[in-house]
Design a protein around this ligand. Structure first.
Ligand SMILES: [Zn+2]
Length: 469
């Protein structure tokens, strides 16, 4: 089943959104900056030439970082590493063999200690695995057999990271929507955008909303291997990041997963379109009109370094900001998970086929309402003063001084709460209400702000409130 059919059937979009999704899926919007370079499959492929491998090959970088004395002792060059062969005193050795003999010769506690310290620094994720192999209960006892197992793990890691001789490394900039859906699925690393992610919040559902965003593209690095998911094919992905087009038509990388094989400056040298890392000054080139679920809540992708602001008419622009999944409902917006479902897409499809659910919206977690500001709050983000309280708060109100005073005083302090509510601030068409402190921190917004009944605007110099009425 192709991804488009899957989304239409199981992602719970409303009818209009299904239509918009299908159209954008089949015929992605292509900005002028891509047009001279993009192929018929909506990708720009840049082969990485061999002489560039040395600085990009993380297997090599890891070997040099963890075993610098081995590299210098045998004078191992990148060419030796790439060919996995070293001529030394007229004998030819495989690099792997040199690594093994480095550990089996003169094995000492100090040697292992230094190895582990460097692993801890350069391969933190893998460190504990190595550590448990290297030591038995007493940390001072070096167990030779286990050390060899650890060395094998290290060699596996090098092999996993290194650029293979037979494979062609390519940088790919993709507007192909199937790539967007599959990029983190069926890999030996995982993000919550994997279609089979066991994350409690099913963030992968938000991929549907990405499809209509004209600012967005996917950048990935592949070694040419292919993978498949429910009959849909794409390249194996060694590293990937969303990129966002800004007002000046620059591409901005957002965040690389599982690691950045290439630096943004290196990519910029190779790509025909200027690219840089995103910063707080980012402003998206196009407004985004999000898709909606059939229950009226928006579907837009989890953001790693942007906020969506200024959403007149239900559309919004992207600006440099924070991470979060932001959902719009009528004129409100809230951050946080909206589904409680952990079993991944394939199980969802099976359950729907067995009529155990209709689609993902069957697992919708209705947001709660903050008792203080009346804004919606993701169920996973509510705060309570006492565990068994009915009343819930958003983080801002929970941390607000007035809530604190209420926490410390008796129930008949309602007057205070009323007073604060009346002097709250909000943006028209947006039911979020801010207290003065939070509002002041939002002053950089150029939108007009409502203060009670009076219209209050912020001037261009970002410091005066101009009252109308
Ligand atoms: Zn609140």
């Amino acid at each position: 089943m192709n991804i488009k059919e899957i989304v239409v059937k199981y992602f719970g979009l409303d009818d209009k959104s299904k239509e918009r999704f299908s159209e954008a899926y089949d015929t992605p919007f292509v900005d002028d900056v891509y047009k001279p370079y993009i192929d018929s499959e909506y990708r720009i492929r840049i082969p990485l030439s061999g002489n560039l491998y040395e600085s990009f090959d993380r297997g090599w970088v890891t070997l040099k970082s963890v075993l610098p004395d081995l590299v210098s002792e045998y004078n191992i060059t990148y060419e030796d590493f790439y060919n996995n062969k070293k001529l030394y005193e007229k004998n030819s050795y495989r690099i792997i063999k040199l690594i093994r003999s480095y550990f089996t010769t003169d094995l000492s506690y100090d040697k292992i200690q230094v190895f582990l310290e460097r692993m801890n620094r350069y391969e933190r994720d893998k460190f504990h695995e190595y550590e448990s192999y290297c030591y038995e209960n007493d940390l001072h006892l070096v167990n030779k057999e286990n050390v060899l197992k650890a060395v094998n793990l290290f060699i596996d890691r090098i092999n996993e990271l290194r650029f293979s001789k037979t494979k062609n490394i390519e940088i790919v900039l993709s507007l192909n929507r199937t790539d967007w859906f599959l990029s983190t699925t069926n890999e030996n690393w995982r993000t919550c955008l994997s279609l089979e992610s066991p994350s409690f919040a099913s963030y992968w559902v938000s991929l549907a909303g990405a499809v209509v965003d004209k600012n967005l593209a996917l950048l990935y690095i592949t070694n040419g291997d292919k993978k498949e998911y429910l009959g849909n094919k794409m390249d194996k992905v060694l590293s990937r990041s969303w990129v966002l087009l800004d007002k000046g038509s620059f591409l901005n990388t957002v965040k690389f997963y599982p690691n950045s094989l290439l630096g943004v400056k290196d990519i910029d040298k190779l790509l025909p379109i200027p690219i840089k890392g995103i910063d707080r000054k980012f402003e998206g080139k196009y407004r985004v009109e999000p898709l909606f679920f059939r229950n009226g809540y928006s579907n837009y992708i989890y953001q790693d370094k942007t906020n969506s602001v200024d959403y007149k008419d239900g559309s919004f622009k992207l600006v440099g900001g924070d991470k979060g999944l932001r959902t719009f409902y009528k004129h409100s917006v809230f951050e946080g998970p909206i589904f409680s479902y952990t079993k991944g897409l394939m199980t969802l499809i099976n359950m729907a086929e067995e009529a155990e659910c209709r689609d993902i919206v069957s697992f919708f977690d209705y947001p709660r309402t903050c008792s203080y500001c009346n804004n919606l709050v993701s169920k996973a983000r509510v705060f309570k003063i006492h565990e068994d309280d009915e009343e819930v708060y958003c983080r801002k109100c929970y941390e607000d001084d007035n809530t604190l005073s209420r926490r410390n005083n008796n129930e008949d302090e309602d007057e205070d709460i009323k007073y604060t509510a009346m002097s709250s601030y909000f943006i028209p068409n947006n039911n979020i209400i801010y207290n003065e402190r939070v509002f002041n921190s939002l002053r950089s917004f150029s939108s007009p702000i409502m203060d009670g009944d009076a219209v209050v605007a912020i001037d261009d110099n970002d410091n005066n409130l101009l009252k109308k009425n």
